[in-house]
Design a protein around this ligand. Structure first.
Ligand SMILES: *Cc1c(COP(=O)(O)O)cnc(C)c1O
Length: 379
């Protein structure tokens, strides 16, 4: 066995079969939204168990369109978490509304459902929970609050396609669920996203809004003869194309196998790191199915950046997910947020390091990461 000296932070799982499928599209006539997108939508809807799935260019687009389809805009407020990628709350700003943050649970990093009601105002129109790192939020509690106050629930499921908790799947209790196929997500087409809904009207809105708000798609114009079209509403340019869709179809068929491999690596990390001095792990809710998207450790905030640096010097790819959104310059400037506003998100954001986790990683590579992390912590 060759000695391991480097472990990449991420490697994707596009295989020869996926490449062949994309090659078939590239050799065909029709590249944009057509039969491969329809097939992807069918397979995705079967996997998620949600009747309508709409292929888009990103999860950011999915979040944005969910707000638009829910008629959320100027003067409205949307409750979300400060401990996420900035896409989550940016989508609220894109829709013309205001993101209102609620602090997270110390043990999981997910939005603290028990704090949501105190943040509601007359202007609140929706709750946008993020299933952080692949672990579902308390969706039963969130749905309950939303029902009592007549709010929409838009799930950011970018980390959590495979997750379930308390007997419900990701997306099952939301009005819309938004997924990402960005380069480092559980399945990927480089860039890409989808939105799923149980609501037929929302599905129709998504299909119009993803293509400028026009009432005929390119496939309508292609499969039949040219037809005039109208634009009843103003939409955006967010439609997934056949090339991207073709890369996702095979990965979706392998998704549980890919999850199984990440889940095994997760166990190796947990066994190797639990009880290690200087490292704390987040809790995983018992009985739930964690999508195992990002494995994070919490370290001493005084040493976090030095540890992060030293891991990279020693060949371990790492990332930080996330420094809290409210402390990014734009949010400070625009909304006047300051340090101390969301102390738990700040604590986790100041201590967290994400380790490599992907199906192509070997058990030996996971052991290498554990060994290097322990050396760095003691060094
Ligand atoms: C990646 C990510 C997004 C954005 O996904 P895109 O497909 O790149 O737009 C949104 N939310 C979370 C939590 C993410 O990790």
């Amino acid at each position: 066995m060759t000695e391991i000296t480097k472990v990449e932070f991420f490697k994707h799982n596009i295989d020869e079969e996926d490449i062949r499928r994309a090659g078939d599209i590239l050799r065909s006539v029709f590249l944009t939204t057509g039969s491969a997108v329809a097939e992807f939508e069918q397979v995705f809807s079967e996997y998620t168990g949600i009747p309508h799935a709409v292929g888009l260019t990103s999860c950011t687009a999915a979040l944005h369109l969910s707000l638009l389809a829910g008629s959320i805009g100027g003067g409205d407020e949307v409750i979300t978490t400060p401990l996420s990628f900035c896409a989550t709350s940016n989508s609220v700003i894109h829709a013309g509304a205001r993101p209102v943050f609620v602090d997270v649970e110390r043990k999981t990093g997910n939005i603290d459902a028990s704090l949501i009601e105190a943040a509601l105002t007359e202007k609140t129109k929706a709750i946008m929970p993020v299933h952080l790192y692949g672990q579902m939020c308390d969706m039963k509690a969130i749905r309950d609050i939303a029902d009592r106050h007549n709010l929409l629930v838009i799930e950011d499921a970018a980390h959590a396609i495979e997750a379930r908790r308390d007997g419900v799947r990701v997306g099952e209790l939301g009005d819309a669920a938004c997924y990402s196929f960005y380069a480092t997500k559980n399945i990927t087409s480089g860039e890409g996203g989808a939105v799923c809904t149980r609501n037929k009207d929302m599905d129709e809105a998504f299909r119009m809004l993803r293509l400028h708000g026009i009432d005929k798609s390119a496939i309508d114009r292609y499969t039949r003869r040219y037809q005039h079209w109208d634009m009843p509403v103003l939409g955006w340019k967010y439609n997934m194309d056949n090339i991207h869709a073709s890369l996702l179809i095979g990965q979706l068929r392998r998704i549980d196998e890919l999850w199984g491999r990440r889940s095994r690596l997760w166990e190796i990390y947990e066994e190797g790191l639990s009880g290690t001095k200087g490292v704390e792990l987040l809790d995983t809710v018992s009985g739930a199915r964690h999508a195992c998207h990002l494995f994070t450790v919490l370290v001493d905030p005084q040493r976090r950046d030095a540890i992060l640096w030293e891991l990279q010097v020693r060949g371990v790819g790492v990332a930080v997910n996330y420094r809290p959104i409210h402390l990014l310059s734009y949010y400070r400037k625009t909304y006047g947020y300051r340090e101390g506003d969301y102390p738990v998100a700040e604590q986790i954001g100041g201590r967290t390091i994400s380790l490599p986790l992907y199906p192509k990683m070997t058990d030996d590579e996971a052991c290498f990461v554990i060994k290097v992390l322990k050396e760095v912590l003691n060094g």
